[in-house]
Structure formats: C-alpha cells, structure tokens
Design a protein around this ligand. Structure first.
Ligand code: NAG
Ligand code: NAG
Ligand code: NAG
Length: 274
C-alpha cells in the first residue's frame, strides 16, 4: 500500500567529527552585507548566525539514494548516544545533526562522534559550537542541509531526540490529499506565550520539539532570515520568518497527535498511538 511504498528518511543532525568521510563542503552563504530590517535590537535574545557554518560530517548522497517522501531531522545532543541508538531503526534512514563539542573533554567527545559515524554512517556535523543557546543556529543549519541535500522530499519533520514519533500516523496525515505541499507548517501551535519582555509578542508558532514543513519552506525561510536578526529562541525565530513570509502555521488535523507534556517543555509525543 501507499504507506509501505513511501520511503522515509530520518535525518538526525548530531555534532561531529574532524575526519570527513565525505568531505563535501555544503554550499553556504556568501559573506555578504546582511540587512536586518526588523527586530534591530533583539537585545539579550540575539544569537550570532553569520551564515558561515559548514558541514564537516555530511551525507550528501542519502536523499539521492533514498528519494524520501519525508525527511525527519532530529537535532540531537552531542553525548546522547543511547537516545540515538534507540532511534536507529533500519526500516527508515536516520541522520543526526550535531554541532561541535566544546569544553575540556571535547577531543574525546569528537573522537567518539567520529567512531559512531564510522559505525552508523548517519551523523551530520556543522562547525558551530553545540549548545542550548545555539539551537537557532542548529535549526538554520538544518534548513540549509534540507535545501541543499534533500529538495526531492515532500516534507521535512524536525523532531527533538526526546520525542516519540508515530511514523504511521504521521505518514497518514501527510498523505491526506487535504495536506498542502507548499507554504505548509504544522505542529503544536503556540500563541503568544513567549513574553520575556513586554515588547516581545511573537506571532503564533509551532513548538520547536516537533514541526513538519513542506519542502519549499527551508529555502524561503533561509531567504527571509537574512532580513531578520536571529534570536536564540529557535521556534520564535522561525515564527518571525514565517510572519515575514505571510505564512501562518496550520493546526494539525488532530490536535491529539501532538501531545505536549508538560506544556512547552521536555518530552512530547508527536502523533501518539491511538
Ligand atoms: C522500526 O520501525 C518500524 C516502523 O515504525 C516498526 O514496525 C519496527 O518494529 C521497528 N523496528 C525496530 C527494530 O524497532
Ligand atoms: C574539566 O575541568 C574542570 C576544572 O578545570 C574539572 O573539574 C572537570 O572534572 C573537567 N571535566 C572533565 C570531563 O575532564
Ligand atoms: C555558538 O556558536 C558560535 C560559533 O561556533 C560560538 O562562537 C559561540 O560561542 C556559541 N555560543 C554558545 C553560547 O555556545
């Protein structure tokens, strides 16, 4: 049936290795003058995203090989090998995205990441420091990878590594003829809940733990992102980009598919089994 013929690609982006298996330099932004038209001063929320990172671990051939219907990207924690092993399931292709380790055991960590990639061939690693404050960078680098390496997929799914994903329900939702194939982003939509400062009212956005977008969006978001100064609240930053694109997030057809517990933090089940 349709579902079994649909090939799925899990891309888990996990920080990585000095030694390159595929030393392909991902195309990256030109070192051009960037005009930020709004949020000129995001103050303490600002994060450096100079568009200059590149992949030192890459699997540029994966999407060509698998020709996936949908790509699932899991920005993962550097040390979280157990959670990656739990996700590794040979019926789907899984790639993890990582930044660089930092701190005094970073060399050993980098070595472990390299060995893990040798064994599983599924880590992508870019050259920014992997940290909580750098999640926006991770997301933007993920969008760059999707745009450059996986334009043939119909949908990209971004899932954190502490989430459970019910692939069957997700695929059923995405195969529904009512699901748009462009300008589409869905997830658990959050309304104006980030107000760390009275001036900050972000447009509604899908919570960062899991969202699904049509494959035209990575390129569109990257393009407008050059006009919007990055903030480190990654999902709110995506919301600002989407607002500029005049794209509103869509509530999922079945809200129970995106169960957040507790609200807005830690583990959520996307598309929980019914
Ligand atoms: C891998 O995922 C498929 C589809 O979700 C599932 O049917 C299968 O049992 C899983 N295999 C393992 C080893 O977890
Ligand atoms: C890192 O260095 C600090 C102090 O310099 C030390 O307390 C800590 O144990 C070190 N961590 C590792 C993993 O070596
Ligand atoms: C974020 O990454 C950049 C580039 O690697 C680095 O300069 C910066 O220190 C990182 N920030 C944090 C908070 O880790």
């Amino acid at each position: 049936n349709n579902i079994t013929t649909v090939r799925l690609l899990f891309v888990l982006l996990v920080g990585g290795t000095m030694c390159l298996l595929y030393s392909v330099r991902a195309p990256h932004w030109e070192d051009e003058e960037i005009e930020f038209e709004r949020h000129e001063d995001p103050g303490p929320y600002h994060v450096a995203y100079p568009h200059k990172y590149r992949f030192i671990l890459d699997h540029p051939e994966k999407c060509t090989q698998y020709n996936p219907f949908m790509v699932v990207i899991v920005p993962a924690a550097l040390h979280n090998v157990e959670s990656r092993n739990a996700i590794r399931n040979r019926t789907v292709l899984v790639l993890f995205l990582l930044g660089l380790p930092s701190g005094n055991d970073s060399k050993a960590q980098q070595r472990r990441i390299y060995e893990e990639n040798l064994q599983h061939q599924d880590l992508l690693q870019s050259t920014f420091i992997d940290s909580y404050r750098n999640l926006t960078i991770k997301t933007m680098v993920m969008l760059e990878w999707l745009k450059d390496r996986c334009p043939q997929a119909f949908f990209a799914v971004k899932v954190d590594d502490d989430m459970l994903l019910n692939i069957k329900d997700l695929v059923r939702m995405l195969l529904n003829p009512d699901t748009p194939h462009s300008n589409y982003i869905t997830g658990r939509v959050w309304h104006n809940n980030v107000k760390c400062n009275p001036n900050d009212v972000f447009p509604p956005y899908p919570l960062g733990m899991c969202y699904i977008m049509s494959m035209d969006l990575p390129e569109k978001i990257l393009k407008v992102s050059k006009e919007i100064k990055p903030i480190f609240i990654e999902d709110a930053y995506i919301a600002l980009c989407l607002e500029r694109l005049n794209i509103a997030p869509t509530e999922p057809p079945d809200i129970d598919q995106f169960v957040v517990h507790p609200p807005h933090h830690s583990t959520i089940d996307a598309t929980t089994p019914r």
